[in-house]
Design a protein around this ligand. Structure first.
Ligand SMILES: Nc1nc2c(c(=O)[nH]1)N(C=O)[C@@H](CNc1ccc(C(=O)N[C@@H](CCC(=O)O)C(=O)O)cc1)CN2
Ligand SMILES: Nc1nc2c(ncn2[C@@H]2O[C@H](COP(=O)(O)OP(=O)(O)OP(=O)(O)O)[C@@H](O)[C@H]2O)c(=O)[nH]1
Ligand SMILES: [Mg+2]
Length: 440
Protein backbone atom coordinates (compact mmCIF):
# COMPACT_ATOMS: atom_id res chain seq x y z
CA UNK A 1 0.00 0.00 0.00
CA UNK A 2 2.90 2.35 0.55
CA UNK A 3 4.22 2.25 -2.95
CA UNK A 4 3.45 5.08 -5.32
CA UNK A 5 1.78 3.78 -8.46
CA UNK A 6 1.21 5.29 -11.89
CA UNK A 7 -0.62 4.48 -15.11
CA UNK A 8 -2.11 6.11 -18.17
CA UNK A 9 -5.78 6.72 -17.27
CA UNK A 10 -7.03 7.79 -20.69
CA UNK A 11 -7.79 5.41 -23.58
CA UNK A 12 -4.83 4.31 -25.71
CA UNK A 13 -4.48 6.04 -29.05
CA UNK A 14 -3.98 9.56 -30.29
CA UNK A 15 -6.09 12.32 -28.74
CA UNK A 16 -5.84 15.99 -27.86
CA UNK A 17 -4.78 15.31 -24.28
CA UNK A 18 -3.81 12.22 -22.27
CA UNK A 19 -3.79 11.80 -18.51
CA UNK A 20 -1.25 10.00 -16.39
CA UNK A 21 -2.34 9.34 -12.83
CA UNK A 22 0.09 8.98 -9.95
CA UNK A 23 -1.11 7.92 -6.48
CA UNK A 24 0.81 7.38 -3.27
CA UNK A 25 3.11 9.13 -0.81
CA UNK A 26 5.73 10.14 -3.42
CA UNK A 27 3.26 11.55 -5.97
CA UNK A 28 4.06 15.22 -5.23
CA UNK A 29 7.83 14.56 -5.09
CA UNK A 30 7.71 12.80 -8.46
CA UNK A 31 5.85 15.76 -10.00
CA UNK A 32 8.41 18.13 -8.47
CA UNK A 33 11.30 16.16 -9.93
CA UNK A 34 9.77 15.99 -13.43
CA UNK A 35 8.88 19.68 -13.53
CA UNK A 36 11.77 21.23 -11.68
CA UNK A 37 9.26 23.10 -9.50
CA UNK A 38 8.74 22.52 -5.79
CA UNK A 39 5.24 21.15 -5.28
CA UNK A 40 5.81 19.73 -1.81
CA UNK A 41 3.55 22.25 -0.06
CA UNK A 42 0.95 22.74 -2.74
CA UNK A 43 -2.66 22.61 -1.48
CA UNK A 44 -5.08 19.98 -2.81
CA UNK A 45 -7.40 20.72 -5.75
CA UNK A 46 -4.77 22.91 -7.38
CA UNK A 47 -3.67 22.92 -11.00
CA UNK A 48 -0.21 24.10 -12.08
CA UNK A 49 1.16 24.75 -15.53
CA UNK A 50 4.66 23.39 -16.14
CA UNK A 51 6.99 21.22 -18.18
CA UNK A 52 8.09 17.64 -18.04
CA UNK A 53 11.86 17.55 -18.35
CA UNK A 54 14.42 14.81 -18.88
CA UNK A 55 18.02 15.75 -17.96
CA UNK A 56 16.99 19.39 -18.15
CA UNK A 57 15.60 19.05 -21.68
CA UNK A 58 11.91 19.71 -22.31
CA UNK A 59 9.81 16.65 -23.19
CA UNK A 60 6.30 18.18 -23.05
CA UNK A 61 4.33 21.14 -21.75
CA UNK A 62 1.67 19.86 -19.32
CA UNK A 63 -0.81 20.61 -16.56
CA UNK A 64 -0.30 19.09 -13.12
CA UNK A 65 -3.43 18.57 -10.97
CA UNK A 66 -2.90 17.96 -7.26
CA UNK A 67 -5.15 16.15 -4.79
CA UNK A 68 -3.97 16.01 -1.22
CA UNK A 69 -4.76 12.94 0.94
CA UNK A 70 -7.33 12.03 2.03
CA UNK A 71 -9.32 14.18 -0.40
CA UNK A 72 -8.72 12.33 -3.65
CA UNK A 73 -10.12 9.46 -5.67
CA UNK A 74 -7.84 6.93 -3.95
CA UNK A 75 -7.63 8.69 -0.61
CA UNK A 76 -3.87 9.12 -1.12
CA UNK A 77 -1.85 12.00 -2.54
CA UNK A 78 -2.65 12.03 -6.24
CA UNK A 79 -1.12 13.93 -9.15
CA UNK A 80 -2.62 13.87 -12.61
CA UNK A 81 -0.39 14.93 -15.47
CA UNK A 82 -2.33 16.12 -18.51
CA UNK A 83 0.14 15.89 -21.38
CA UNK A 84 -0.29 16.11 -25.13
CA UNK A 85 -2.23 13.13 -26.35
CA UNK A 86 0.20 11.42 -28.70
CA UNK A 87 0.89 7.73 -28.21
CA UNK A 88 4.65 8.31 -28.03
CA UNK A 89 4.56 11.34 -25.76
CA UNK A 90 2.11 9.76 -23.32
CA UNK A 91 4.25 6.66 -22.92
CA UNK A 92 7.39 8.80 -22.66
CA UNK A 93 5.96 10.85 -19.79
CA UNK A 94 4.82 7.64 -18.06
CA UNK A 95 8.30 6.14 -18.38
CA UNK A 96 9.78 9.29 -16.80
CA UNK A 97 7.27 8.94 -13.94
CA UNK A 98 8.50 5.36 -13.44
CA UNK A 99 12.09 6.63 -13.66
CA UNK A 100 11.29 9.04 -10.82
CA UNK A 101 10.20 6.18 -8.56
CA UNK A 102 6.60 5.18 -9.29
CA UNK A 103 5.64 1.54 -9.87
CA UNK A 104 3.26 0.47 -12.65
CA UNK A 105 -0.31 0.23 -11.33
CA UNK A 106 -2.11 -3.07 -11.77
CA UNK A 107 -5.53 -3.11 -13.45
CA UNK A 108 -8.04 -1.56 -11.09
CA UNK A 109 -5.40 -0.76 -8.48
CA UNK A 110 -6.42 2.90 -8.05
CA UNK A 111 -9.98 1.83 -7.38
CA UNK A 112 -8.77 -1.00 -5.13
CA UNK A 113 -6.92 1.59 -3.05
CA UNK A 114 -10.03 3.76 -2.98
CA UNK A 115 -11.91 0.75 -1.58
CA UNK A 116 -9.19 -0.13 0.93
CA UNK A 117 -9.07 3.50 2.07
CA UNK A 118 -12.81 3.51 2.69
CA UNK A 119 -13.72 5.82 -0.19
CA UNK A 120 -16.27 3.36 -1.54
CA UNK A 121 -17.62 -0.11 -0.91
CA UNK A 122 -17.10 -3.06 -3.27
CA UNK A 123 -20.45 -2.72 -5.01
CA UNK A 124 -19.73 0.95 -5.67
CA UNK A 125 -16.36 0.04 -7.17
CA UNK A 126 -18.09 -2.51 -9.40
CA UNK A 127 -20.52 0.25 -10.38
CA UNK A 128 -17.64 2.37 -11.66
CA UNK A 129 -16.46 -0.48 -13.85
CA UNK A 130 -19.98 -1.16 -15.10
CA UNK A 131 -20.38 2.53 -15.92
CA UNK A 132 -17.18 2.56 -17.95
CA UNK A 133 -18.36 -0.51 -19.86
CA UNK A 134 -22.00 0.56 -20.28
CA UNK A 135 -23.08 0.68 -23.91
CA UNK A 136 -26.65 1.90 -23.47
CA UNK A 137 -28.62 4.12 -21.14
CA UNK A 138 -30.22 1.24 -19.19
CA UNK A 139 -26.78 -0.07 -18.26
CA UNK A 140 -25.35 3.40 -17.65
CA UNK A 141 -28.18 4.50 -15.36
CA UNK A 142 -28.09 1.37 -13.19
CA UNK A 143 -24.27 1.54 -13.07
CA UNK A 144 -24.23 5.17 -11.94
CA UNK A 145 -26.76 4.34 -9.23
CA UNK A 146 -24.68 1.42 -8.06
CA UNK A 147 -21.56 3.65 -8.07
CA UNK A 148 -23.52 5.96 -5.79
CA UNK A 149 -24.45 3.27 -3.27
CA UNK A 150 -27.75 1.78 -4.48
CA UNK A 151 -26.69 -1.78 -3.62
CA UNK A 152 -25.91 -0.89 -0.04
CA UNK A 153 -29.23 0.95 0.25
CA UNK A 154 -31.07 -2.11 -1.03
CA UNK A 155 -29.26 -4.43 1.35
CA UNK A 156 -29.43 -2.20 4.43
CA UNK A 157 -32.98 -3.17 5.48
CA UNK A 158 -32.18 -6.87 5.00
CA UNK A 159 -29.01 -6.55 7.06
CA UNK A 160 -30.91 -4.61 9.69
CA UNK A 161 -33.69 -7.16 10.20
CA UNK A 162 -31.21 -10.03 10.12
CA UNK A 163 -29.16 -8.28 12.77
CA UNK A 164 -32.28 -7.90 14.91
CA UNK A 165 -33.07 -11.59 14.65
CA UNK A 166 -29.51 -12.50 15.50
CA UNK A 167 -29.23 -10.09 18.36
CA UNK A 168 -32.41 -11.51 19.77
CA UNK A 169 -31.16 -15.07 19.68
CA UNK A 170 -27.83 -14.03 21.20
CA UNK A 171 -29.63 -12.23 23.99
CA UNK A 172 -31.85 -15.23 24.66
CA UNK A 173 -28.82 -17.48 24.86
CA UNK A 174 -26.54 -15.37 26.98
CA UNK A 175 -28.87 -13.16 28.97
CA UNK A 176 -32.23 -14.89 29.21
CA UNK A 177 -33.13 -12.66 32.16
CA UNK A 178 -32.20 -9.47 30.36
CA UNK A 179 -35.31 -7.40 29.86
CA UNK A 180 -34.08 -3.89 29.44
CA UNK A 181 -33.82 -3.83 25.65
CA UNK A 182 -36.64 -4.09 23.21
CA UNK A 183 -36.82 -7.79 22.58
CA UNK A 184 -38.38 -10.03 20.03
CA UNK A 185 -40.01 -12.96 21.69
CA UNK A 186 -39.11 -16.44 20.41
CA UNK A 187 -42.39 -16.88 18.56
CA UNK A 188 -41.77 -13.64 16.67
CA UNK A 189 -38.48 -14.84 15.27
CA UNK A 190 -39.80 -17.42 12.82
CA UNK A 191 -42.27 -15.15 10.96
CA UNK A 192 -39.60 -12.48 10.76
CA UNK A 193 -37.15 -14.98 9.30
CA UNK A 194 -39.74 -16.21 6.80
CA UNK A 195 -40.49 -12.69 5.67
CA UNK A 196 -36.79 -12.07 5.26
CA UNK A 197 -36.47 -15.18 3.09
CA UNK A 198 -39.31 -14.01 0.89
CA UNK A 199 -37.66 -10.63 0.44
CA UNK A 200 -34.29 -12.01 -0.52
CA UNK A 201 -35.87 -14.46 -2.95
CA UNK A 202 -37.66 -11.56 -4.57
CA UNK A 203 -34.39 -9.62 -4.78
CA UNK A 204 -32.53 -12.54 -6.34
CA UNK A 205 -35.29 -13.09 -8.88
CA UNK A 206 -35.35 -9.42 -9.92
CA UNK A 207 -31.56 -9.26 -10.09
CA UNK A 208 -31.28 -12.37 -12.26
CA UNK A 209 -33.79 -10.95 -14.71
CA UNK A 210 -32.10 -7.55 -14.71
CA UNK A 211 -28.62 -8.95 -15.30
CA UNK A 212 -29.88 -11.08 -18.17
CA UNK A 213 -31.71 -8.22 -19.87
CA UNK A 214 -28.84 -5.78 -19.35
CA UNK A 215 -26.29 -8.12 -20.91
CA UNK A 216 -28.69 -8.92 -23.76
CA UNK A 217 -30.99 -11.88 -24.34
CA UNK A 218 -29.03 -14.82 -25.78
CA UNK A 219 -31.37 -15.74 -28.59
CA UNK A 220 -31.17 -18.74 -30.90
CA UNK A 221 -33.05 -18.72 -34.20
CA UNK A 222 -34.14 -22.28 -34.81
CA UNK A 223 -36.15 -24.08 -37.47
CA UNK A 224 -36.01 -26.66 -40.19
CA UNK A 225 -34.16 -25.82 -43.42
CA UNK A 226 -35.34 -23.00 -45.65
CA UNK A 227 -38.01 -21.52 -43.37
CA UNK A 228 -36.20 -18.14 -43.40
CA UNK A 229 -33.99 -18.17 -40.28
CA UNK A 230 -31.10 -16.35 -41.92
CA UNK A 231 -33.52 -13.89 -43.53
CA UNK A 232 -34.87 -13.16 -40.03
CA UNK A 233 -31.36 -12.65 -38.63
CA UNK A 234 -30.61 -10.21 -41.43
CA UNK A 235 -33.89 -8.36 -40.91
CA UNK A 236 -33.22 -8.00 -37.16
CA UNK A 237 -29.63 -6.86 -37.69
CA UNK A 238 -30.63 -4.65 -40.64
CA UNK A 239 -27.60 -6.04 -42.41
CA UNK A 240 -26.95 -8.78 -44.97
CA UNK A 241 -24.89 -10.79 -42.53
CA UNK A 242 -25.92 -14.38 -43.27
CA UNK A 243 -26.17 -15.94 -46.71
CA UNK A 244 -29.74 -16.47 -47.88
CA UNK A 245 -30.63 -18.75 -50.79
CA UNK A 246 -33.60 -20.80 -51.90
CA UNK A 247 -31.49 -23.93 -51.34
CA UNK A 248 -32.28 -25.85 -48.13
CA UNK A 249 -29.17 -26.32 -45.99
CA UNK A 250 -27.55 -22.97 -46.82
CA UNK A 251 -26.39 -22.12 -43.29
CA UNK A 252 -23.79 -24.54 -41.95
CA UNK A 253 -21.97 -22.64 -39.22
CA UNK A 254 -23.44 -20.43 -36.52
CA UNK A 255 -23.82 -16.78 -37.53
CA UNK A 256 -23.93 -14.26 -34.68
CA UNK A 257 -24.81 -10.62 -34.18
CA UNK A 258 -26.08 -8.28 -31.45
CA UNK A 259 -28.77 -5.71 -31.97
CA UNK A 260 -30.89 -3.35 -29.92
CA UNK A 261 -34.57 -3.76 -30.86
CA UNK A 262 -37.28 -1.94 -28.98
CA UNK A 263 -36.32 -2.05 -25.31
CA UNK A 264 -34.00 -5.04 -25.44
CA UNK A 265 -30.65 -6.14 -26.77
CA UNK A 266 -30.67 -9.49 -28.55
CA UNK A 267 -27.48 -11.52 -28.84
CA UNK A 268 -28.58 -13.50 -31.88
CA UNK A 269 -27.38 -16.81 -33.22
CA UNK A 270 -28.65 -18.04 -36.57
CA UNK A 271 -28.34 -21.81 -36.84
CA UNK A 272 -28.20 -24.53 -39.45
CA UNK A 273 -31.62 -25.85 -40.36
CA UNK A 274 -32.30 -28.82 -38.12
CA UNK A 275 -33.31 -32.05 -39.83
CA UNK A 276 -31.94 -35.53 -40.45
CA UNK A 277 -28.99 -35.11 -42.73
CA UNK A 278 -26.34 -37.42 -44.14
CA UNK A 279 -24.11 -34.54 -45.15
CA UNK A 280 -21.14 -34.57 -42.75
CA UNK A 281 -20.65 -30.78 -42.76
CA UNK A 282 -24.35 -30.11 -42.28
CA UNK A 283 -24.43 -32.61 -39.39
CA UNK A 284 -21.63 -30.75 -37.65
CA UNK A 285 -23.53 -27.49 -38.11
CA UNK A 286 -26.62 -29.10 -36.61
CA UNK A 287 -24.61 -30.30 -33.60
CA UNK A 288 -23.37 -26.78 -32.99
CA UNK A 289 -26.91 -25.46 -33.29
CA UNK A 290 -28.16 -27.88 -30.67
CA UNK A 291 -25.37 -26.90 -28.29
CA UNK A 292 -26.15 -23.17 -28.70
CA UNK A 293 -29.79 -24.00 -28.11
CA UNK A 294 -29.09 -25.38 -24.63
CA UNK A 295 -27.50 -22.11 -23.50
CA UNK A 296 -30.15 -19.81 -24.93
CA UNK A 297 -32.34 -17.43 -22.90
CA UNK A 298 -34.81 -17.36 -25.78
CA UNK A 299 -35.50 -19.57 -28.78
CA UNK A 300 -37.20 -18.15 -31.84
CA UNK A 301 -38.72 -21.16 -33.56
CA UNK A 302 -39.32 -20.20 -37.18
CA UNK A 303 -42.15 -21.87 -39.10
CA UNK A 304 -43.14 -21.47 -42.73
CA UNK A 305 -46.72 -20.14 -43.05
CA UNK A 306 -46.92 -21.31 -46.64
CA UNK A 307 -46.34 -24.92 -45.59
CA UNK A 308 -48.09 -25.13 -42.21
CA UNK A 309 -46.72 -27.21 -39.36
CA UNK A 310 -44.82 -30.31 -40.46
CA UNK A 311 -43.67 -33.37 -38.60
CA UNK A 312 -40.15 -31.87 -38.34
CA UNK A 313 -41.59 -28.69 -36.82
CA UNK A 314 -43.34 -30.78 -34.17
CA UNK A 315 -40.09 -32.48 -33.25
CA UNK A 316 -38.47 -29.08 -32.79
CA UNK A 317 -41.35 -27.91 -30.59
CA UNK A 318 -40.81 -30.97 -28.46
CA UNK A 319 -37.09 -30.23 -28.31
CA UNK A 320 -37.53 -26.68 -26.98
CA UNK A 321 -40.61 -27.20 -24.84
CA UNK A 322 -38.79 -26.56 -21.55
CA UNK A 323 -37.21 -23.36 -22.78
CA UNK A 324 -38.52 -19.85 -23.30
CA UNK A 325 -39.56 -19.99 -26.94
CA UNK A 326 -41.64 -18.06 -29.44
CA UNK A 327 -43.17 -19.65 -32.52
CA UNK A 328 -43.04 -17.24 -35.42
CA UNK A 329 -44.81 -17.83 -38.68
CA UNK A 330 -42.58 -16.50 -41.43
CA UNK A 331 -43.45 -15.86 -45.08
CA UNK A 332 -46.71 -14.19 -44.01
CA UNK A 333 -46.62 -12.41 -47.37
CA UNK A 334 -47.47 -15.78 -48.95
CA UNK A 335 -50.04 -16.92 -46.41
CA UNK A 336 -51.13 -15.25 -43.20
CA UNK A 337 -52.36 -17.50 -40.38
CA UNK A 338 -54.61 -15.57 -37.96
CA UNK A 339 -53.82 -15.62 -34.27
CA UNK A 340 -50.11 -16.24 -34.74
CA UNK A 341 -46.97 -14.11 -34.50
CA UNK A 342 -46.71 -13.51 -38.26
CA UNK A 343 -43.76 -11.90 -40.00
CA UNK A 344 -42.19 -11.57 -43.38
CA UNK A 345 -38.44 -11.71 -42.85
CA UNK A 346 -37.77 -11.21 -46.53
CA UNK A 347 -39.73 -7.93 -46.52
CA UNK A 348 -38.32 -6.87 -43.11
CA UNK A 349 -41.82 -6.93 -41.59
CA UNK A 350 -40.90 -8.24 -38.16
CA UNK A 351 -42.60 -5.83 -35.75
CA UNK A 352 -45.01 -8.48 -34.33
CA UNK A 353 -42.00 -10.57 -33.25
CA UNK A 354 -40.33 -7.60 -31.55
CA UNK A 355 -43.55 -6.81 -29.69
CA UNK A 356 -43.89 -10.43 -28.60
CA UNK A 357 -40.31 -10.41 -27.24
CA UNK A 358 -40.98 -7.20 -25.30
CA UNK A 359 -44.15 -8.75 -23.91
CA UNK A 360 -42.38 -11.95 -22.84
CA UNK A 361 -39.59 -10.07 -21.13
CA UNK A 362 -41.67 -7.22 -19.71
CA UNK A 363 -40.76 -8.14 -16.11
CA UNK A 364 -37.08 -8.35 -16.95
CA UNK A 365 -37.16 -5.06 -18.82
CA UNK A 366 -38.69 -3.40 -15.76
CA UNK A 367 -36.12 -5.10 -13.50
CA UNK A 368 -33.26 -3.94 -15.75
CA UNK A 369 -34.36 -0.35 -15.26
CA UNK A 370 -34.64 -0.68 -11.50
CA UNK A 371 -31.94 -0.64 -8.82
CA UNK A 372 -31.05 -4.18 -7.83
CA UNK A 373 -28.02 -6.44 -7.50
CA UNK A 374 -25.85 -6.01 -10.55
CA UNK A 375 -23.73 -9.06 -11.33
CA UNK A 376 -23.19 -12.76 -10.76
CA UNK A 377 -20.88 -12.18 -7.80
CA UNK A 378 -23.51 -10.19 -5.95
CA UNK A 379 -26.30 -12.61 -6.88
CA UNK A 380 -24.16 -15.61 -5.86
CA UNK A 381 -23.63 -14.13 -2.41
CA UNK A 382 -27.33 -13.33 -2.07
CA UNK A 383 -28.09 -16.96 -2.93
CA UNK A 384 -25.64 -18.09 -0.23
CA UNK A 385 -27.44 -15.84 2.24
CA UNK A 386 -30.78 -17.24 1.11
CA UNK A 387 -29.58 -20.83 1.57
CA UNK A 388 -28.22 -20.12 5.02
CA UNK A 389 -31.51 -18.54 6.06
CA UNK A 390 -33.47 -21.52 4.69
CA UNK A 391 -31.32 -23.80 6.81
CA UNK A 392 -31.85 -21.60 9.87
CA UNK A 393 -35.61 -21.65 9.35
CA UNK A 394 -35.70 -25.46 9.17
CA UNK A 395 -33.70 -25.57 12.38
CA UNK A 396 -35.99 -23.10 14.10
CA UNK A 397 -38.97 -25.22 13.09
CA UNK A 398 -37.32 -28.38 14.40
CA UNK A 399 -36.57 -26.63 17.66
CA UNK A 400 -32.81 -26.94 17.21
CA UNK A 401 -30.33 -25.47 19.67
CA UNK A 402 -30.18 -21.67 19.29
CA UNK A 403 -26.40 -21.91 18.88
CA UNK A 404 -26.87 -23.94 15.73
CA UNK A 405 -29.38 -21.47 14.30
CA UNK A 406 -26.98 -18.65 15.05
CA UNK A 407 -24.25 -20.24 12.97
CA UNK A 408 -26.47 -20.24 9.88
CA UNK A 409 -27.80 -16.75 10.49
CA UNK A 410 -24.25 -15.55 10.86
CA UNK A 411 -23.38 -17.14 7.51
CA UNK A 412 -26.30 -15.30 5.94
CA UNK A 413 -25.13 -12.05 7.52
CA UNK A 414 -21.57 -12.49 6.29
CA UNK A 415 -22.66 -13.36 2.74
CA UNK A 416 -24.76 -10.21 2.56
CA UNK A 417 -21.97 -8.06 3.93
CA UNK A 418 -19.53 -9.56 1.47
CA UNK A 419 -21.56 -8.04 -1.36
CA UNK A 420 -20.44 -4.60 -0.25
CA UNK A 421 -17.10 -5.91 0.99
CA UNK A 422 -17.80 -5.22 4.67
CA UNK A 423 -17.75 -8.83 5.88
CA UNK A 424 -15.62 -10.15 8.71
CA UNK A 425 -16.33 -11.57 12.10
CA UNK A 426 -15.17 -8.48 13.95
CA UNK A 427 -17.65 -6.29 12.10
CA UNK A 428 -20.28 -8.86 12.80
CA UNK A 429 -19.77 -8.85 16.55
CA UNK A 430 -19.46 -5.06 16.59
CA UNK A 431 -22.71 -4.61 14.81
CA UNK A 432 -24.57 -7.07 16.99
CA UNK A 433 -23.26 -5.81 20.28
CA UNK A 434 -23.07 -2.12 19.60
CA UNK A 435 -26.83 -1.95 19.86
CA UNK A 436 -27.05 -3.65 23.24
CA UNK A 437 -25.09 -2.30 26.16
CA UNK A 438 -25.03 -5.79 27.61
CA UNK A 439 -23.24 -6.52 30.83
CA UNK A 440 -23.58 -3.01 32.17
N1 LIG B 1 -9.46 14.26 -13.71
C1 LIG B 1 -10.23 13.30 -13.22
N2 LIG B 1 -11.49 13.18 -13.66
C2 LIG B 1 -12.28 12.16 -13.15
C3 LIG B 1 -11.78 11.25 -12.20
C4 LIG B 1 -10.43 11.45 -11.75
O1 LIG B 1 -9.92 10.67 -10.90
N3 LIG B 1 -9.72 12.46 -12.28
N4 LIG B 1 -12.62 10.24 -11.73
C5 LIG B 1 -12.18 9.03 -11.23
O2 LIG B 1 -11.86 8.12 -11.93
C6 LIG B 1 -14.06 10.41 -11.82
C7 LIG B 1 -14.51 11.34 -10.71
N5 LIG B 1 -14.38 10.70 -9.45
C8 LIG B 1 -13.79 11.25 -8.33
C9 LIG B 1 -14.32 10.94 -7.10
C10 LIG B 1 -13.83 11.55 -5.97
C11 LIG B 1 -12.78 12.45 -6.04
C12 LIG B 1 -12.30 13.17 -4.81
O3 LIG B 1 -11.44 14.04 -4.89
N6 LIG B 1 -12.85 12.83 -3.66
C13 LIG B 1 -12.50 13.44 -2.38
C14 LIG B 1 -13.14 14.80 -2.18
C15 LIG B 1 -14.64 14.82 -2.23
C16 LIG B 1 -15.22 16.20 -2.08
O4 LIG B 1 -14.64 17.02 -1.35
O5 LIG B 1 -16.29 16.43 -2.68
C17 LIG B 1 -12.88 12.50 -1.26
O6 LIG B 1 -13.62 11.56 -1.49
O7 LIG B 1 -12.41 12.74 -0.16
C18 LIG B 1 -12.21 12.72 -7.29
C19 LIG B 1 -12.72 12.12 -8.43
C20 LIG B 1 -14.40 10.94 -13.18
N7 LIG B 1 -13.55 12.07 -13.57
N1 LIG C 1 -41.88 -15.20 -49.56
C1 LIG C 1 -40.99 -15.19 -48.61
N2 LIG C 1 -39.83 -15.83 -48.74
C2 LIG C 1 -38.94 -15.80 -47.72
C3 LIG C 1 -39.20 -15.10 -46.54
N3 LIG C 1 -38.14 -15.23 -45.72
C4 LIG C 1 -37.25 -16.00 -46.38
N4 LIG C 1 -37.73 -16.35 -47.61
C5 LIG C 1 -37.07 -17.14 -48.63
O1 LIG C 1 -36.88 -18.47 -48.17
C6 LIG C 1 -35.66 -19.00 -48.65
C7 LIG C 1 -34.82 -19.49 -47.51
O2 LIG C 1 -34.41 -18.40 -46.71
P1 LIG C 1 -33.24 -18.48 -45.67
O3 LIG C 1 -33.29 -17.26 -44.87
O4 LIG C 1 -31.97 -18.82 -46.35
O5 LIG C 1 -33.74 -19.74 -44.82
P2 LIG C 1 -32.99 -20.54 -43.67
O6 LIG C 1 -34.02 -20.97 -42.72
O7 LIG C 1 -31.87 -19.73 -43.14
O8 LIG C 1 -32.43 -21.79 -44.45
P3 LIG C 1 -31.21 -22.76 -44.11
O9 LIG C 1 -30.05 -21.95 -43.70
O10 LIG C 1 -30.98 -23.49 -45.34
O11 LIG C 1 -31.71 -23.65 -43.01
C8 LIG C 1 -35.01 -17.87 -49.47
O12 LIG C 1 -35.30 -18.05 -50.82
C9 LIG C 1 -35.67 -16.64 -48.93
O13 LIG C 1 -35.70 -15.57 -49.85
C10 LIG C 1 -40.43 -14.41 -46.42
O14 LIG C 1 -40.74 -13.74 -45.41
N5 LIG C 1 -41.29 -14.48 -47.47
MG1 LIG D 1 -29.86 -20.07 -43.05
Amino acid sequence: MNETIAAISTAPGTGAVSMIRISGPDAFAIASSLSGQDFSNIPGYTIRHGDVRENGKIVDEVLYSFYRAPKSYTGENVVEISCHGGVYITRKVLSLVFGAGAKPARRGEFTERAYLNGKMDLSEAEGINDLINARDSVNAVSAVHSMKGSVKRILDPLVESLTQILAQIEVNIDYPEYEDVEQLRDEEILPKAEKWLEQINQLIDTAEKAVMIRSGIDTVILGRPNVGKSSLLNALLEEDKAIVTEVAGTTRDLVEGSVRVGNVTLNLIDTAGIHESSDRIEQMGIERSLKALKEADLVILVLDSSQGITEEDRKLMELVKDQEYIQVYNKADLNQIPGTVSISAKNHEIQPLIEEIEKRFAEGIAAAGSDTLNNERQIGLAIQAEEAMSAAISELKEGAEPDLVTIDLQKAWESLKEITGEAGRENFLDEIFSRFCLGK
